[in-house]
Write a protein that binds this ligand. Structure first.
Ligand code: DUT
Length: 242
């Protein structure tokens, strides 16, 4: 079967509407199916903005964002959402049951599929512990589950749709280090052929990525593996030590 989910940014520049200064300048990188690319950098560096260009929350001012060789501006939204799942920084749960929330992107998903996704997302235990299980009610905005539970339910929701590309925007930050590690191991096994782009704050979350992009003030200042960057990048060293 043809592998799909190749992501390429070509000299991408982006500014928010009405703003003069670009938030992203001359961003180029490729993420291949089966690879994990991590993005790290200080707050405001442009990490979330970069992710948002793929599902077209915004469009680049210049340069191109390509999905399987086709500029995303030439794809319709349905084609993009079929292939790309994004777990945003503040993931949103709506009022309804856990099952409703998990089936958001795939209404026909079976209970077994939901439990598989919950297991990978390290959320099966706490859903099982609820008397009503998948029928447990979530309040508007998910205020009756913890931040970490909300993140894991939103990761499970993304898994249910079986996308080619996963975008995780700081999706592991509310998890303790051990749960974070377990989740990413399970994710790696489940999504071996997918393209994964992770924005991370913790070095442990991103250290095993195939490629790490160090973003500073909207530019990729360094790139490489964890080991390479420890040798070559003073910006990365500062992040590791902070
Ligand atoms: N920005 C806007 N409008 C928005 C979102 C962001 O003007 O709707 C600005 C704020 C910031 C820059 O864009 O100066 C980059 O923000 P982004 O959220 O992309 O940065 P980040 O690297 O994801 O920061 P953090 O780690 O705090 O999430």
């Amino acid at each position: 079967a043809a592998r799909a989910g190749r992501v390429e940014f070509r000299n991408v520049t982006f500014a928010y509407p009405g703003a003069e200064a670009p938030v992203l300048s001359d961003i180029s990188f490729t993420a291949e199916p089966g690879q994990t690319v991590a993005i790290i950098g200080s707050t405001g560096a442009g990490k979330s903005s970069l992710l948002g260009l793929l599902p077209r929350l915004y469009d680049a001012a210049s340069g191109e964002v390509l999905l399987d060789g086709v500029p995303v501006t030439r794809l319709d939204r349905a084609e993009i959402t079929q292939r790309v799942a994004m777990v945003p920084q503040r993931p949103y749960l709506f009022s309804g049951t856990i099952g409703h929330n998990l089936r958001f992107g795939k209404p026909e998903a079976t209970e077994q599929e939901l439990w598989e996704a919950l297991t990978v997302a390290q959320a099966a235990d706490f859903v099982q512990d609820k008397a009503a299980g998948l029928d447990s009610r979530i309040s508007q905005g998910g205020t009756n589950v913890s931040g970490g539970q909300r993140q894991r339910l939103c990761i499970a929701r993304a898994l249910v749709t079986e996308p080619k590309v996963y975008l995780f925007d700081d999706s592991f930050s509310a998890l303790d280090v051990a749960t974070d590690a377990r989740l990413r191991r399970a994710l790696k096994a489940k999504t071996a052929d997918a393209t994964v782009i992770i924005v991370g704050q913790r070095v442990s979350t991103i250290a095993d990525a195939d490629q790490i992009l160090v973003l500073d003030k909207g530019r990729i200042v360094d790139r490489g593996t964890h080991e390479e960057l420890l040798e070559s990048s003073s910006t990365y060293q500062e992040i590791v030590e902070s």
